[in-house]
Design a protein. Structure first.
Length: 198
């Protein structure tokens, strides 16, 4: 039987912890406001659903057949997160209004981020291999878990977005300092991922 207390604790802590999804959600809220930022959150949720679906189907293969895949994804993900940090620190408030008019699809960014975010992939592998697959193998039940977990992801990233909206004026006033802090948090995420591989 699934231990729901441990399962829910792991799901909540994994989703609410500051990582790339949370930091970018908060940053987007400060730049674009709640309505446009929700597109990114919906994209994150859709991407998480797709990644979890793949993890539910292939987690045992990744561990048994391709153990090196986990290490490769950590390094690729860390490099991408460092790239996000670089773009965050270079963000120019004077260009933001122009960027808002030409803003790329935030929904698509949220989806794509999940496929190169090692946190999401490792989370999916861990939650299915540790909690779900030992108890349930029914495709319908696995699909329900994917939906539930993607909704949890949306709720937690939306919390970070609301935080960003509430402090939007403060973010606008201290953009450079806040961008430096957000970039530092992203660098911390990348470094901590790499350190775990040693």
């Amino acid at each position: 039987m699934l231990n729901f207390l441990e399962f829910l604790s792991y799901v909540f802590v994994s989703n609410i912890s500051p990582g790339p999804n949370a930091i970018i959600s908060m940053s987007n809220a400060g730049k674009y406001g709640l309505k446009k930022s929700i597109q990114f959150n919906l994209g994150v949720s859709a991407g998480v659903f797709m990644v979890l679906l793949l993890c539910s189907l292939f987690s045992w293969v990744i561990f048994d057949v391709f153990p090196a895949f986990q290490l490769i994804m950590v390094w690729v993900g860390a490099a991408y997160i460092l790239w996000l940090a670089w773009n965050t620190i270079r963000s120019d408030p004077a260009v933001e209004s122009k960027y808002n008019k030409e803003m790329s699809n935030l929904f698509l960014q949220g989806v794509v981020l999940q496929f190169i975010n090692p946190n999401t992939i490792l989370y999916g592998i861990a939650v299915f291999s540790s909690f779900i697959l030992p108890q349930y193998q029914s495709p319908f039940i696995l699909l329900l878990f994917c939906i539930l977990l993607s909704l949890a992801s949306f709720f937690c990233t939306a919390c970070w977005t609301v935080f960003g909206v509430i402090f939007q004026r403060l973010i606008a006033k201290y953009t450079k300092i806040i961008n430096a802090v957000l970039a530092a948090l992203l660098v911390y995420c990348a470094v901590s991922l790499v350190i775990k591989t040693f």
